[in-house]
Design a protein around this ligand. Structure first.
Ligand code: ADP
Length: 593
């Protein structure tokens, strides 16, 4: 292959000529050190290259060699528990290869460990016909994840030989006889990160990804295979929300992509994640997690690559039939990398300097979320649910990255600095957040949880919306101007906010609420409304009803009832009805008159 020559270096952007044999998105080696780069623009024989390592010392005349292949992700056992940088170089290995926590440039390391031996259990036999996506066997990758070894895309034929036993990821475990000759299969395959992995059929995301977080599951659910965005003004609780979803979300695999601005943000992530305990297994959450982090000493360009690296790994586990969640934090930092490269390419800037293709690049990420029928003859289903954090400067979501994101995703969890300041957590603002999966998830909930789920949810949300209008009246003319019914509404919405929406991530019981418990809790709060209205009608003064401290206190504390005792909530319901009966007997003007 011909070697090109550098004609210009501008930070992470290098332009080389004599590159007519190369293609856009080819991976290239830049300079004598062989720095890793990717071609992002081709004009005749000139290639513009995004370099993923520091380019100081590189200059005009230096060689550029194309590998003739796009930047590809290695997929196989060894992904789980790994920590990679934006272009899938293992962070630990980088440390030892360069003998310092700061990676030396041009250090070449393989993404997946070539030495480690895995036990492969074949699940098919000689003579069987296989196609892309068929599972030929499994590897117990960690104590909780069974890695399914699949026939790579493009291969179709008959199994000529398949072995059981201990292998590295580059050893041949099976031979497939195809029309084009024998193909050797290993435990590993590769996939170009900028291209979505194929599937048989895309399904409509309808069932929720249950998170155990009441405000999310009840009011703003994300469907499995859906996409959600969460803006995080500093200190609003973004990290806690993401940790809660990683821990409690009912997905088998978690992929976390950290595009932090400052190195220490990333160090926090790298330190915090392994500390998280998986509530389902009691083991470290890392046993089912892949971490991708851009460390501070890598140029911004690597951030740009990282979300594609992450989503490719997520799709690969989806293809095994798993439900996967991927979190990118933050897409704003990612977009800044895009803006910087666009500036260096001297492209026409769009809104606030972001390139005009900001929206389509964001869509390239989110649109790879989805629920699918996977390739392979068993018709298994898998899902990737994508969550992107946005960090709008000053928390103002009218800026381009937030706006472009909102046009793509169907769920918006608006974290609110004011709520966080008042210690209302999770600080998801119920008035500006939304979920466009509401209708399909409602149907699912009505079938799976209780048929009045959606009517309860709608009643509660209506109350919360009415509350904000009523509060405005109160602030103008005072609470006395309100009817007793409206004052009751204010009380009930306060109860929804404090007893239901507020959820303490650090409380042993409150940290997670099953759907059955969410249903019972919400029903109880709204039953208080019904019962209070009954008493009002019977002529009881509102104050008397609101002073029912004992029962109201039990309603408020129902969040602390443990999951295996949720029937205790039924007892509170019964007692609530009797309490109201008694009150009506004692105080009810209408009944006693
Ligand atoms: P951010 O990542 O947005 O800067 P964090 O997620 O670190 O903010 O949250 C800041 C603090 O808010 C946490 O340390 C914690 O004290 C509190 N907090 C956030 N969410 C919750 C929650 N669900 N329950 C209890 N405390 C919370």
């Amino acid at each position: 292959m011909k070697t090109g020559r550098i004609i210009k270096v501008a930070g992470p952007l290098v332009v080389a000529e004599g590159m007519e044999e190369a293609n856009i998105y080819d991976m290239v080696k830049v300079g004598e050190k062989g720095l890793i780069g990717e071609i992002i623009e081709m004009r005749n024989d000139k290639a513009s290259i995004q370099v993923y390592e520091e380019t100081t010392g590189i200059g005009p005349g230096d060689p550029v060699i194309t590998t003739g292949e796009p930047l590809s992700i290695e997929l196989g056992p060894g992904l789980i528990e790994a920590m990679f940088d934006g272009i899938q170089r293992p962070l630990n290995a980088l440390e030892s290869a360069s003998n310092s926590p700061f990676l030396k440039r041009g250090v070449s390391v393989k993404s997946l460990d070539r030495e480690k031996v895995w036990t492969f259990n074949p699940t098919i036999k000689n003579g069987e016909h296989v196609e892309a996506g068929d599972i030929i066997g499994t590897v117990q990758e960690t104590s909780v994840i069974l890695h399914k070894i699949m026939v790579p895309y493009g291969i179709k034929g008959t199994i000529k030989e398949i072995k059981a036993g201990d292998f590295t990821i580059v050893d041949t475990v099976a031979i497939v006889e195809t029309e084009n000759g024998d193909k050797e299969l290993t435990l590993m395959q590769k996939w170009p990160s900028r291209k979505g992995r194929p599937y048989s059929k895309k399904l409509k995301p309808e069932s929720p990804m249950i998170t155990g977080q009441r405000v999310i599951d009840t009011f703003f659910p994300v469907a499995k295979g859906g996409a959600a965005s969460v803006p995080g003004p500093f200190g609003a609780g973004k990290t806690v929300v993401q940790h809660q979803i990683a821990k409690w979300g009912d997905t088998e695999i978690v992929v976390y992509v950290g595009c932090g601005e400052r190195g220490n943000e990333m160090t926090d992530v790298l330190n915090e994640f392994p500390e998280l305990k998986d509530p389902k297994t009691g083991e470290s959450l890392m046993k089912r997690t892949v971490l991708i982090a851009n460390t501070s000493n890598m140029p911004v360009a690597a951030r740009e690559a990282s979300i594609y690296t992450g989503i490719t790994i997520a799709e690969y586990f989806r293809d095994m039939g798993y439900s996967v969640s991927i979190m990118a934090d933050s897409t704003s930092r990612w977009a800044e990398a895009l803006r910087e490269m666009s500036g260096r390419l001297e492209e026409m800037p769009g809104d606030e300097g972001y390139p005009a293709y900001l929206g389509s690049r964001l869509a390239d990420y989110y649109e790879r979320a989805g629920k699918v029928v996977c390739l392979g003859s068993d018709g298994r289903e898998g899902a990737v649910t994508a969550i992107g954090a946005v960090s709008p400067p000053g928390g103002d979501i009218s800026e381009p990255v937030s706006q472009a994101t909102l046009r793509i995703v169907k769920v918006f969890w608006g974290l609110d600095a004011n709520l966080a300041y008042k210690r209302h957590f999770p600080s998801i603002n119920w008035l500006n957040s939304y979920s466009l999966y509401e209708d399909s998830v409602d149907k699912w909930m009505n079938n799976e949880v209780s048929q009045d789920w959606s009517s309860l949810r709608i009643e509660a949300m209506t109350l919360l919306q009415e509350e904000s209008a009523l509060q405005e009246i109160v602030s103008l003319v005072g609470i006395d101007a309100l009817s007793e019914n409206d004052r009751l509404k204010l009380e009930i919405s306060k109860s929804i906010r404090e007893d239901y929406l507020q959820q303490n991530a650090f409380h042993e019981t409150d940290t997670y609420t099953s759907l059955d418990k969410q249903y019972k809790m919400l029903k109880l709060i709204l039953l208080f409304r019904k019962e209070a209205e009954r008493a009002l009608k019977a002529g009881v003064y509102l104050n008397k009803i609101l002073n029912l401290d004992e029962i109201r206190d039990r309603i408020a504390r129902s969040k602390y009832i443990s999951e295996n005792e949720i029937n205790k909530i039924d007892k509170i319901e019964e007692d609530l009805k009797t309490t109201i009966d008694t009150l009506i007997n004692e105080e009810g003007g209408v009944l006693n008159a």
